[in-house]
Design a protein around this ligand. Structure first.
Ligand SMILES: NC(=O)c1ccc[n+]([C@@H]2O[C@H](COP(=O)([O-])OP(=O)(O)OC[C@H]3O[C@@H](n4cnc5c(N)ncnc54)[C@H](OP(=O)(O)O)[C@@H]3O)[C@@H](O)[C@H]2O)c1
Length: 268
C-alpha cells in the first residue's frame, strides 16, 4: 500500500528536498508551506498535494490536518519548518526571541500534538523531528536557536516513552550545515559591538569555502528517508559529516572536554 508523509516548511531547502525524495520513492506527499501560491515545482509532481500551513497559526494547523485526514491516512509527519536566529543574547529583541520559540519549538509541539490522537487511534505512526547539531552541542551566537533545538530533542525523547505503547515512533534528525536558504533568506539576527571579536571568530566558520563543504539538502533528506524506512528502534540520527565528527568528539572525549575546548577556541 502507498505510504503517506506530511511535511512542514516544504517551500524550500530540506523540506522541499524531502518532499521530492519521498515522491520519487512512490510515497504520497503532503507538502505544507506558508505561501503555497508561490510554489511552482511541487505542484507539478504526481502524488504531491501542496497545502497552506504556518506552524505559528493553530487554526491553520487544525484545518490542514483535518483536510488531509478527511480523505487520507498519514504514516509519517516530518516537523521541518524552522529558521535560524543568530546573534549574541544581549542584542536580540523580545520579538525576535518569541518568534523563534514560536516557530521552531511551539510549531513542532503543536503539529505533533494535533497528529497524536490520530496516530494513537490508528495504533501506528511516526514523527520525525528536525533538530540540528546545535541541538546537541551549544555554540556562540546560537543561544536561542540552540534553546529551541535542544528543547525539541528533549521533547521528542520524553514523548517517545508516552507513545511507544501505541506503536508510535519518535525520530530525531540532527543535521550539521546544509546548503539551503537557512543562512540567507531565512536567517534572522542582530549584532553587538562588545562581542565583535567573538562574532568575527564565529563568522570564520561560515566562509564560502566552509559552506561549500556543507551537506546538500538531498543528502540530509536521504537520512530522513532512512529513518522513515529502516524499521529500527533508533531515536537519533546525526546527519552530515560535520555533525558526525563533532558528535563523535563529544561521545569519545566526553561533553566537558569538548566544552572546555570550545571555550578556549572562542576566548583566545
Ligand atoms: N541549513 C542548515 O544549515 C541547517 C542545519 C541544521 C538544521 N537545520 C534545520 O532544517 C530545517 C529546514 O531548514 P532549511 O535549512 O531547509 O532552511 P530553509 O531553506 O530556509 O527552509 C526553512 C523552511 O521553514 C519554513 N518556515 C519558516 N517559518 C515557518 C512557519 N512559521 N511556518 C511554516 N513554515 C515556516 C520556510 O518557509 P518560507 O518559505 O515561508 O519562509 C522554509 O520552507 C529547519 O528546522 C532548520 O533549523 C538547518
Amino acid at each position: 500500500m502507498q505510504k503517506s508523509i506530511f511535511i512542514t516548511g516544504a517551500s524550500s531547502g530540506l523540506g522541499k528536498a524531502t518532499a521530492k525524495l519521498f515522491q520519487s520513492k512512490g510515497w504520497r506527499v503532503f507538502a505544507t508551506m506558508r505561501n503555497p501560491e508561490n510554489e511552482t515545482e511541487l505542484t507539478h509532481l504526481d502524488n504531491v498535494t501542496v497545502l497552506r500551513l504556518d506552524v505559528t497559526n493553530p487554526s491553520q494547523i487544525e484545518s490542514a490536518i483535518h483536510q488531509v485526514l478527511h480523505n487520507h491516512d498519514i504514516d509519517v509527519v516530518v516537523n521541518n519548518a524552522g529558521y535560524g536566529l543568530v546573534g549574541v543574547l544581549e542584542a536580540l529583541s523580545d520579538e525576535q526571541i518569541t518568534r523563534q520559540l514560536n516557530t521552531n519549538l511551539l510549531g513542532v509541539i503543536r503539529v505533533t500534538q494535533a497528529f497524536t490522537p490520530f496516530f494513537r487511534q490508528r495504533r501506528k505512526g511516526m514523527f520525525i523531528n528536525i533538530t540540528s547539531m546545535f541541538g546537541l552541542i551549544g555554540y556562540p551566537t546560537c543561544s536561542i536557536y540552540s534553546a529551541t533545538k535542544f528543547a525539541i530533542d528533549g521533547f521528542s525523547e520524553s514523548l517517545a516513552y508516552e507513545l511507544a505503547q501505541f506503536d508510535i515512533q519518535m525520530k530525531i534528525i540532527a543535521p550539521g550545515g546544509i546548503q539551503t536558504d537557512f543562512a540567507g533568506r531565512s536567517l534572522d539576527g542582530a549584532t553587538h559591538p562588545a562581542y565583535q571579536t567573538l562574532i568575527d571568530k564565529v563568522s570564520e566558520g561560515y566562509s564560502e569555502e566552509r559552506i561549500s563543504q556543507f551537506s546538500t539538502a538531498t543528502q540530509i533528506a536521504s537520512v530522513i528517508y532512512e529513518a522513515a524506512t529502516d524499521q529500527k528502534n533508533q531515536l537519533r540520527y546525526i546527519a552530515g559529516a560535520d555533525a558526525n565528527q563533532l558528535y563523535q568528539e563529544r561521545l569519545v572525549g566526553g561533553s566537558e572536554k569538548q566544552v572546555q575546548q570550545l571555550l578556549q577556541a572562542f576566548t583566545q
